[in-house]
Write a protein that binds this ligand. Sequence first.
Ligand SMILES: Cc1cc2nc3c(=O)[nH]c(=O)nc-3n(C[C@H](O)[C@H](O)[C@H](O)COP(=O)(O)O)c2cc1C
Length: 221
Amino acid sequence: MDLTVTLKGQRRDLTLKNPVLTASGTFGSGLEFAPYGDLAALGGIVVKGLSLRPRQGNAQPRIVETTAGMLNAVGLQNDGVESFLAFKLPHLPWRETAIIANLYATSPEEFRELAARLNSEPGVAALEVNVSCPNVAAGGALFGQDPKLAAAVTRAVREGAPDKHVMVKLSPNVTDIALMARSVEDAGADSISCINTLLGMAVDLPRRRPALANIVGGLSG
Ligand SMILES: Cc1cc2nc3c(=O)[nH]c(=O)nc-3n(C[C@H](O)[C@H](O)[C@H](O)COP(=O)(O)O)c2cc1C
Protein backbone atom coordinates (compact mmCIF):
# COMPACT_ATOMS: atom_id res chain seq x y z
CA MET A 1 0.00 0.00 0.00
CA ASP A 2 1.31 3.46 -0.87
CA LEU A 3 1.43 5.59 2.30
CA THR A 4 3.41 8.44 0.76
CA VAL A 5 2.65 11.87 2.19
CA THR A 6 3.76 15.15 0.70
CA LEU A 7 3.92 18.26 2.87
CA LYS A 8 3.38 21.05 0.38
CA GLY A 9 5.74 23.92 1.07
CA GLN A 10 5.82 27.52 -0.06
CA ARG A 11 9.32 26.95 -1.37
CA ARG A 12 10.13 23.26 -0.89
CA ASP A 13 7.87 20.22 -0.59
CA LEU A 14 8.81 17.37 1.73
CA THR A 15 7.81 13.88 0.65
CA LEU A 16 7.75 11.14 3.28
CA LYS A 17 7.24 7.50 2.45
CA ASN A 18 4.71 7.24 5.27
CA PRO A 19 3.34 9.66 7.89
CA VAL A 20 5.27 8.25 10.88
CA LEU A 21 7.89 10.61 12.31
CA THR A 22 9.78 10.44 15.60
CA ALA A 23 9.46 13.46 17.91
CA SER A 24 12.71 15.35 18.40
CA GLY A 25 14.48 14.49 21.64
CA THR A 26 12.52 11.29 22.23
CA PHE A 27 14.58 9.22 19.76
CA GLY A 28 18.15 10.45 20.19
CA SER A 29 19.97 10.73 16.90
CA GLY A 30 18.07 7.66 15.76
CA LEU A 31 21.12 5.40 15.98
CA GLU A 32 20.36 4.49 19.61
CA PHE A 33 17.16 2.82 18.37
CA ALA A 34 18.67 0.85 15.49
CA PRO A 35 18.84 -2.37 17.58
CA TYR A 36 15.08 -2.27 18.13
CA GLY A 37 13.74 -2.00 14.60
CA ASP A 38 14.33 -0.97 11.03
CA LEU A 39 14.97 2.79 11.07
CA ALA A 40 14.47 2.91 7.31
CA ALA A 41 10.85 1.82 7.75
CA LEU A 42 10.01 5.17 9.35
CA GLY A 43 8.58 8.02 7.32
CA GLY A 44 11.31 10.17 8.80
CA ILE A 45 13.57 10.66 11.79
CA VAL A 46 13.51 14.00 13.56
CA VAL A 47 16.79 14.09 15.43
CA LYS A 48 17.51 15.58 18.85
CA GLY A 49 17.92 19.36 18.76
CA LEU A 50 21.21 20.53 17.26
CA SER A 51 23.06 23.70 18.12
CA LEU A 52 26.15 25.27 16.54
CA ARG A 53 28.29 24.37 19.52
CA PRO A 54 28.01 21.49 22.02
CA ARG A 55 25.67 22.06 24.98
CA GLN A 56 25.79 20.32 28.34
CA GLY A 57 22.14 20.84 29.14
CA ASN A 58 20.61 21.53 32.54
CA ALA A 59 21.54 20.25 35.99
CA GLN A 60 20.07 16.97 37.28
CA PRO A 61 17.40 15.93 38.04
CA ARG A 62 15.96 16.85 34.67
CA ILE A 63 13.33 14.17 34.09
CA VAL A 64 10.43 13.39 36.39
CA GLU A 65 7.38 11.22 35.93
CA THR A 66 4.03 12.71 36.88
CA THR A 67 0.54 11.22 37.05
CA ALA A 68 -0.27 13.02 33.81
CA GLY A 69 2.83 12.44 31.68
CA MET A 70 6.49 13.21 31.96
CA LEU A 71 8.24 16.47 32.75
CA ASN A 72 11.64 17.13 31.27
CA ALA A 73 14.12 19.94 31.44
CA VAL A 74 17.02 18.44 29.52
CA GLY A 75 18.08 21.85 28.24
CA LEU A 76 18.99 20.78 24.70
CA GLN A 77 22.10 18.77 25.53
CA ASN A 78 23.84 17.80 22.30
CA ASP A 79 27.33 17.42 20.82
CA GLY A 80 26.84 20.20 18.30
CA VAL A 81 26.08 20.18 14.61
CA GLU A 82 29.60 19.30 13.42
CA SER A 83 29.72 16.18 15.54
CA PHE A 84 26.28 15.14 14.26
CA LEU A 85 27.35 15.59 10.64
CA ALA A 86 30.66 13.79 11.10
CA PHE A 87 29.75 10.88 13.34
CA LYS A 88 25.98 10.28 13.26
CA LEU A 89 24.41 11.33 9.99
CA PRO A 90 26.65 9.07 7.85
CA HIS A 91 25.32 6.04 9.81
CA LEU A 92 21.65 6.98 9.52
CA PRO A 93 19.64 5.57 6.58
CA TRP A 94 19.30 8.98 4.92
CA ARG A 95 18.94 7.52 1.43
CA GLU A 96 15.93 5.45 2.53
CA THR A 97 14.12 7.83 4.88
CA ALA A 98 13.92 11.55 5.58
CA ILE A 99 16.32 12.83 8.22
CA ILE A 100 14.94 16.03 9.71
CA ALA A 101 17.38 18.20 11.64
CA ASN A 102 15.84 19.95 14.64
CA LEU A 103 17.56 23.30 15.24
CA TYR A 104 18.14 25.37 18.32
CA ALA A 105 19.95 28.70 18.55
CA THR A 106 19.82 31.79 20.72
CA SER A 107 19.48 34.47 18.05
CA PRO A 108 18.18 34.77 14.48
CA GLU A 109 21.78 35.25 13.27
CA GLU A 110 22.86 32.01 14.91
CA PHE A 111 19.83 30.23 13.43
CA ARG A 112 20.85 31.51 9.98
CA GLU A 113 24.40 30.20 10.43
CA LEU A 114 23.17 26.79 11.61
CA ALA A 115 20.69 26.54 8.73
CA ALA A 116 23.38 27.52 6.23
CA ARG A 117 25.65 24.79 7.58
CA LEU A 118 22.93 22.21 6.86
CA ASN A 119 21.68 23.60 3.54
CA SER A 120 24.20 21.75 1.41
CA GLU A 121 24.03 18.46 3.34
CA PRO A 122 22.38 15.88 1.07
CA GLY A 123 21.60 13.64 4.06
CA VAL A 124 19.33 16.25 5.65
CA ALA A 125 15.88 16.36 4.06
CA ALA A 126 14.36 19.16 6.09
CA LEU A 127 14.88 21.50 9.02
CA GLU A 128 12.60 21.66 12.02
CA VAL A 129 13.04 24.96 13.82
CA ASN A 130 12.62 24.77 17.57
CA VAL A 131 11.22 28.10 18.71
CA SER A 132 9.36 26.40 21.50
CA CYS A 133 11.66 24.78 24.05
CA PRO A 134 10.51 25.76 27.55
CA ASN A 135 13.74 24.54 29.19
CA VAL A 136 16.41 27.00 28.11
CA ALA A 137 17.26 30.43 29.45
CA ALA A 138 17.95 32.03 26.06
CA GLY A 139 15.78 31.76 22.96
CA GLY A 140 13.55 28.70 23.08
CA ALA A 141 9.93 29.38 23.90
CA LEU A 142 10.66 33.10 24.12
CA PHE A 143 10.95 33.08 20.31
CA GLY A 144 7.83 30.99 19.99
CA GLN A 145 5.72 33.22 22.18
CA ASP A 146 6.31 36.40 20.22
CA PRO A 147 5.03 36.45 16.62
CA LYS A 148 7.63 38.99 15.52
CA LEU A 149 10.56 37.04 16.98
CA ALA A 150 9.24 33.76 15.58
CA ALA A 151 8.98 35.42 12.17
CA ALA A 152 12.53 36.79 12.45
CA VAL A 153 13.88 33.32 13.25
CA THR A 154 11.90 31.78 10.39
CA ARG A 155 13.21 34.37 7.91
CA ALA A 156 16.77 33.77 9.11
CA VAL A 157 16.47 29.99 8.64
CA ARG A 158 14.77 30.49 5.26
CA GLU A 159 17.66 32.71 4.13
CA GLY A 160 20.29 30.34 5.48
CA ALA A 161 18.75 27.22 3.95
CA PRO A 162 17.01 28.16 0.68
CA ASP A 163 17.16 24.56 -0.56
CA LYS A 164 15.55 22.83 2.41
CA HIS A 165 11.97 22.34 3.54
CA VAL A 166 11.60 24.55 6.63
CA MET A 167 9.20 23.39 9.32
CA VAL A 168 8.63 25.53 12.40
CA LYS A 169 7.79 23.79 15.65
CA LEU A 170 5.26 25.75 17.63
CA SER A 171 4.80 26.15 21.35
CA PRO A 172 1.45 25.41 22.97
CA ASN A 173 2.35 27.93 25.69
CA VAL A 174 0.68 30.84 23.92
CA THR A 175 -2.73 32.47 23.93
CA ASP A 176 -3.31 32.14 20.19
CA ILE A 177 -1.32 29.46 18.37
CA ALA A 178 -3.01 30.30 15.05
CA LEU A 179 -1.48 33.77 15.22
CA MET A 180 1.96 32.19 15.64
CA ALA A 181 1.33 29.82 12.74
CA ARG A 182 0.29 32.67 10.42
CA SER A 183 3.27 34.71 11.47
CA VAL A 184 5.80 31.98 10.59
CA GLU A 185 3.90 31.17 7.39
CA ASP A 186 4.14 34.81 6.31
CA ALA A 187 7.87 34.68 7.09
CA GLY A 188 8.38 31.76 4.70
CA ALA A 189 7.84 28.55 6.69
CA ASP A 190 6.94 25.57 4.51
CA SER A 191 5.09 23.78 7.29
CA ILE A 192 4.51 23.83 11.03
CA SER A 193 4.81 21.04 13.57
CA CYS A 194 2.62 20.88 16.63
CA ILE A 195 3.37 20.84 19.47
CA ASN A 196 6.32 21.22 21.78
CA THR A 197 5.84 20.45 25.48
CA LEU A 198 3.52 22.26 27.86
CA LEU A 199 5.16 24.25 30.62
CA GLY A 200 4.72 22.56 33.98
CA MET A 201 6.14 21.97 37.45
CA ALA A 202 6.13 19.01 39.81
CA VAL A 203 6.67 19.35 43.55
CA ASP A 204 8.59 16.82 45.61
CA LEU A 205 6.27 17.04 48.61
CA PRO A 206 8.51 15.47 51.32
CA ARG A 207 11.36 17.80 50.34
CA ARG A 208 9.03 20.73 49.71
CA ARG A 209 11.05 21.53 46.60
CA PRO A 210 10.44 21.50 42.87
CA ALA A 211 11.24 17.99 41.57
CA LEU A 212 13.33 19.36 38.68
CA ALA A 213 16.60 21.24 39.26
CA ASN A 214 15.39 23.67 36.59
CA ILE A 215 12.21 24.17 38.69
CA VAL A 216 9.94 24.05 35.61
CA GLY A 217 9.98 21.71 32.63
CA GLY A 218 7.98 20.60 29.63
CA LEU A 219 5.10 18.14 30.03
CA SER A 220 4.89 15.49 27.33
CA GLY A 221 3.18 12.25 26.53
C1 LIG B 1 13.18 14.20 26.82
C2 LIG B 1 12.62 15.10 25.73
C3 LIG B 1 13.49 15.85 24.94
C4 LIG B 1 12.99 16.69 23.93
N1 LIG B 1 13.86 17.39 23.16
C5 LIG B 1 13.38 18.18 22.15
C6 LIG B 1 14.27 18.87 21.28
O1 LIG B 1 15.50 18.76 21.36
N2 LIG B 1 13.74 19.68 20.33
C7 LIG B 1 12.37 19.81 20.16
O2 LIG B 1 11.93 20.56 19.28
N3 LIG B 1 11.51 19.13 20.95
C8 LIG B 1 11.97 18.32 21.93
N4 LIG B 1 11.10 17.63 22.72
C9 LIG B 1 9.65 17.75 22.49
C10 LIG B 1 9.09 16.58 21.69
O3 LIG B 1 9.65 16.52 20.41
C11 LIG B 1 7.53 16.70 21.57
O4 LIG B 1 7.22 17.89 20.89
C12 LIG B 1 6.88 16.69 22.92
O5 LIG B 1 7.33 15.57 23.65
C13 LIG B 1 5.35 16.71 22.85
O6 LIG B 1 4.84 15.58 22.24
P1 LIG B 1 4.24 14.33 23.09
O7 LIG B 1 3.36 14.92 24.15
O8 LIG B 1 3.52 13.53 22.06
O9 LIG B 1 5.43 13.63 23.68
C14 LIG B 1 11.58 16.78 23.72
C15 LIG B 1 10.72 16.00 24.50
C16 LIG B 1 11.22 15.17 25.49
C17 LIG B 1 10.25 14.34 26.30
